[in-house]
Design a protein around this ligand. Structure first.
Ligand code: C2O
Length: 344
C-alpha cells in the first residue's frame, strides 16, 4: 500500500524522537477540517531557480523582503516561517502517525519518499514567498555545492542584518571555507581548498553516477503504508545531503542546531537552498540516461503528504504529481556540472 497522509489530529506533542531536553516545543500544524486535492498551477513561463552565488542585488532584496514578510506572520498562520520550519519537524522526528495505521510512525527520510517529500515542501515554501510579495515568478535559489564556485555558504545567507541569516551556524565554516561534502564531525578534515574541491567533485561523481545506476540506488528503498521507517536512504540523501546539514549547524548548540538536527533544520533559511540543490540533483540525474528512471511502483506514485498552500488551504499531494518539475512550474538555472567528468 502507498504511504497515506499523516493523521493531523493525532500529531504528537512532543514528537517521539524529540530531544528530551526540548519537550515543550510543538511542531504540530494548525488543524483544518477541509483537505483539498492538489491542482497543477497555471503559469506563462517556468520559474527559474537561480544558483545562489550568481544572483544580483535585486534578487537578494526580493528574497529578503519575502522572507521578512513570512517571518512577520503570526506563529499560528500556516504560511509563517515558524510553521514552515515546523513542517520539517513534524514529518521527521516522529510527530505523525500514518492515517489508518495509528501505531506506525510517519518518517520521510531514509527511503524513496525523501526526494518527493522535499520537492513538495519547497514547492509550497516558494509559492507562499511569491504570494507574499505578489510575484508569482519568484523562485528560490539553490546552493550549488556541487561546483567549485558554489562550495561555500552562499553569501546572500551570511549578512546578519538580513532575513536570510541564521545565527545558529558553525562560525568556523563561514565563507570562504570550502564545504566538506563528506564532513565527519568527530574527525574533521583539514584539506587545503584546492584539494577539498577535488575531493568534493569526486564524491559527487561517485554519488550521482557510479552509485546511482538504478532508481533504488538513487531515490532510496521502498517504504510502504504501514511499514516502520528507515528502510534505506538513496545515494544523495546519504552523501552529501546529511554531512552538509551537520557541517552547517552550530557545534555550540546541543543538537547541532539549526541545520544539524531534523527538528530544527527548517529554521535556517539556507536549508531551503540546500534542498533546492538536492532537488536539482534529482532533475540532473534523470538526464544522465541508461536505467535512470523514476519508480513505476504504484505504492510510490500514490503515496501522499499534506501541506498548507499560499491561500492557507490544506492540500493533499501525491508523489506522482511531483515527478515532473516542469508541471510544477519551475526549472533550474543551467550551470556547469564539473563532476560529470571528475572520475575518481
Ligand atoms: Cu528533511 Cu535535509 O532533510
Amino acid at each position: 500500500a502507498p504511504v497515506p497522509i499523516p493523521d493531523l489530529t493525532s500529531c504528537v506533542i512532543p514528537p517521539k524522537e524529540f530531544p528530551t531536553d526540548l519537550q515543550s516545543i510543538s511542531c504540530c500544524p494548525p488543524l483544518s477540517s477541509n483537505i483539498i486535492d492538489f491542482k497543477f498551477p497555471t503559469f506563462e513561463k517556468l520559474r527559474v531557480r537561480p544558483a545562489a552565488q550568481l544572483v544580483n542585488d535585486d534578487y537578494f532584496a526580493k528574497y529578503n523582503k519575502a522572507l521578512e514578510l513570512m517571518r512577520a506572520l503570526p506563529d499560528d498562520d500556516p504560511r509563517s516561517f515558524y510553521q514552515q520550519a515546523s513542517v520539517h519537524c513534524a514529518y521527521c522526528v516522529g510527530g505523525y502517525t500514518q492515517q489508518g495505521y495509528p501505531d506506525t510512525e510517519l518518517q520521510v527520510h531514509n527511503s524513496w519518499l525523501f526526494l518527493p517529500f522535499h520537492r513538495w515542501y519547497l514547492y509550497f515554501y516558494e509559492r507562499i514567498l511569491g504570494s507574499l510579495i505578489d510575484d508569482p515568478t519568484f523562485a528560490i535559489p539553490y546552493w550549488n555545492w556541487d561546483a567549485p564556485d558554489g562550495m561555500q555558504i552562499p553569501s546572500i545567507f551570511t549578512n546578519p542584518n538580513s532575513s536570510l541569516y541564521d545565527p545558529k551556524r558553525n562560525t568556523t565554516h563561514q565563507p570562504p571555507t570550502i564545504v566538506d561534502l563528506n564532513y565527519d564531525k568527530k574527525n574533521p578534515s583539514n584539506n587545503p581548498a584546492e584539494k577539498q574541491i577535488i575531493i568534493n567533485l569526486n564524491l559527487m561523481h561517485r554519488q550521482m553516477i557510479s552509485n546511482s545506476k538504478t532508481n533504488r540506488q538513487f531515490l532510496g528503498s521502498p517504504y510502504r503504508g504501514g511499514d516502520e521507517p528507515f528502510k534505506g536512504a538513496g545515494s544523495i540523501e546519504n552523501l552529501p545531503h546529511t554531512p552538509v546539514h551537520i557541517w552547517t549547524g552550530d557545534p555550540r548548540e546541543k543538537h547541532g542546531e539549526d541545520m544539524g538536527h531534523f527538528y530544527a533544520a527548517g529554521r535556517d533559511p539556507v536549508f531551503y537552498a540546500h534542498h533546492a540543490n538536492i532537488d536539482r540533483m534529482w532533475y540532473v540525474w534523470k538526464q544522465l540516461g541508461k536505467k535512470r528512471k523514476n519508480f513505476s511502483d504504484p505504492d510510490w506514485l500514490e503515496s501522499s503528504f499534506l501541506f498548507y498552500d499560499e491561500n492557507k488551504n490544506l492540500v493533499e499531494v501525491k508523489v506522482k504529481d511531483s515527478v515532473d518539475e516542469k508541471k510544477l512550474g519551475y526549472r533550474y538555472q543551467d550551470v556547469n556540472i564539473p563532476w560529470i567528468k571528475s572520475i575518481p
